[in-house]
Design a protein around this ligand. Structure first.
Ligand code: ADP
Ligand code: GLC
Length: 483
């Protein structure tokens, strides 16, 4: 049985700002089902309340006066919640204040998580009496861990193997070099083959250089990030490490995303009987103040409202789509400019365009079920979960051909892959191309039999976490088999 310490900055249902939280909520459980001993370390942000949490131990954080606490919930003894209220229990998101600005002390906040992870990894938290074979860390917020463990080897301490998973190369955890003194990190590695990235200290770069193995969340993105167009300045390093870089697609957590059982839905359905899906559509229209019309083409979108997600392209085409009689339901939050423009458009098109700004898990499920098609025109998308939820819910995704979107959605016109066709794909990230894809989708929607066939093919796809967990387990074994 493998012993793995899994460290990340968010974990559904305890904390979630995006897909990383979904992965944290699902992948450790899927790996446990394969028989491995997976323990998760994640900061505790103070909500939602867990009825029964117990203090386990305090950990003195090296080089600091700080003492952090590890707590567990009675029903989740495998999750170590890291409590340090001055850092983590704040109004706002794990990364930003309520105004959408990054917390200025983010390097310290996440360095604390990284330092505690290293204490656990090295078996120095005696009351836990546990030491992992491998430490699996995610995104820049955990990027110091492979580096700090490398420093341990340099002073002769054996360490577990390390795997760093890139969920999004755009967030690199870059800070002024003065941060090294602040975080008690040696300056000797601050060079182009070490922790330095264009004059800054980068948590992500540290992970990419010092981790034994690298992975990302789709095979397509694993290839893309080695190119100038998607490498975000790290392509050279990623090319150099290509032999240790793999892509493993995320999955759908069917305990939470399943149209047969989803507790948030007004009606349930499955591939052979989609009557319930229609009821979800009517209910969604009513609850969002859209005109109740079964035959109208209803597009959904749930997204962080940032350039990566192509929300600007959606804004460009929205007036045209609405004018052609389509309805659109958008749920999201992010850049204030996009939020305001969406709200203005919604005010100008009552009954046709519904915009909800904020984070709303229940509405996200109801849009996935009630919409006919789902918009995901991301400029780049490491994996993307919403297109997979959409496929599973028979809501055909309209996507840009990139990263995980290209790996999961097969265009309705791709006759060479007849039985895999499950959505609409456009190849240039431009609003004209998006518009053409939506018009193609709207035309197929007018042919119920053809639409239904695509829905059934979408719903027949297998995007299970079991499959991904097996791939990670094999990767863990390959890493540990190396000398
Ligand atoms: P990313 O992690 O880049 O934001 P993903 O598609 O991987 O993109 O995952 C996004 C996750 O966050 C999905 O589970 C999606 O439903 C959820 N989500 C995003 N925005 C919202 C929102 N405003 N309300 C509820 N859920 C949201
Ligand atoms: C990131 C990516 C998204 C991916 C998620 C989970 O947020 O932007 O594409 O699905 O991580 O891996």
């Amino acid at each position: 049985m493998l012993q793995v310490l899994f460290v990340l900055s968010e974990m559904a249902p305890y904390s979630k700002t995006g897909g990383l939280g979904d992965v944290g909520g699902a992948l450790p459980l899927a790996l446990q089902q394969l028989g491995d001993d997976i323990r998760v370390l994640v900061p505790w942000y103070g909500r939602p309340d867990l009825d029964e949490m117990h203090w386990i131990c305090s950990v003195n954080v090296p080089y600091t006066q700080e003492s952090a606490e590890i707590w567990i919930a009675t029903n989740r003894p495998d999750v170590y919640f890291l409590r340090y209220s001055a850092y983590y229990e704040r109004e706002g998101s794990p990364y930003q204040n309520a105004q959408g600005q990054d917390w200025p002390d983010n390097p310290r906040r996440f360095a604390l998580l990284n330092r505690v992870a290293v204490e656990l990894a090295q078996g120095r938290v005696s009351s836990l009496n546990w030491r992992p074979d491998l430490v699996h860390v995610h995104d820049w917020q955990t990027g110091l861990i492979p580096y700090l463990l490398d420093l341990e080897t340099r002073v002769g301490s054996p360490r577990p193997a390390t795997l760093f998973t890139i969920h999004n190369l755009a967030y690199q955890g870059r800070f002024p070099p003065t941060i090294m003194a602040d975080l008690h990190l040696p300056r000797e590695d601050f060079h182009w083959q070490g922790t330095e990235l264009y004059g800054t200290f980068s948590f992500m770069k540290a992970a990419l250089v010092y981790s034994d193995q690298l992975s990302t969340v789709s095979p397509g993105y694993a290839r893309e990030i080695q190119t100038d167009a998607f490498g975000m300045g790290l392509q050279g390093l990623l090319q150099q490490r290509a032999g240790q870089l793999s892509g493993i697609l995320n999955g759908v957590d069917t305990a939470h995303w399943n149209p047969r059982t989803d507790p948030y839905l007004p009606a349930h359905y499955h591939a052979r009987n989609l009557v319930g899906k229609n009821q979800c559509k009517i209910h969604l229209q009513q609850s969002l103040g859209l005109e109740s019309q079964e035959e109208v083409f209803l597009l959904g979108m749930i997204s962080r409202l940032i350039e990566q997600k192509g929300i600007d392209m959606v804004l460009d085409v929205l007036p045209d789509l609405l004018q052609r009689g389509m309805q659109v339901a958008i749920l999201g939050s992010g850049e204030k400019l996009y939020e305001a423009r969406l709200q203005e458009l919604a005010a100008a098109h009552p009954g046709r365009l519904a915009v909800r700004i904020g984070f709303d898990e229940e509405l996200a499920h109801r849009i996935e079920a009630g919409a006919d098609a789902f918009l995901m025109p991301s400029r780049f998308e490491p994996c993307g979960l919403n297109q997979m939820y959409s496929l599973h819910y028979g809501t055909l995704p309209i996507v840009h051909h990139t990263g995980g979107l290209a790996d999961t959605v097969v265009d309705a016109d791709d006759l060479a892959r007849d039985h895999e066709r499950n959505g609409f794909v456009f190849s240039v990230a431009h609003s004209d191309a998006l518009l053409q894809a939506v018009l193609r989708a709207a035309a197929v929607f007018q042919q119920p039999a053809a639409w239904r066939q695509l829905q059934q093919q979408a719903m027949a796809g297998n995007y299970s976490w079991e499959h991904s967990a097996l791939a990670y387990q094999q990767l863990y074994h390959r890493i540990l088999a190396r000398p």
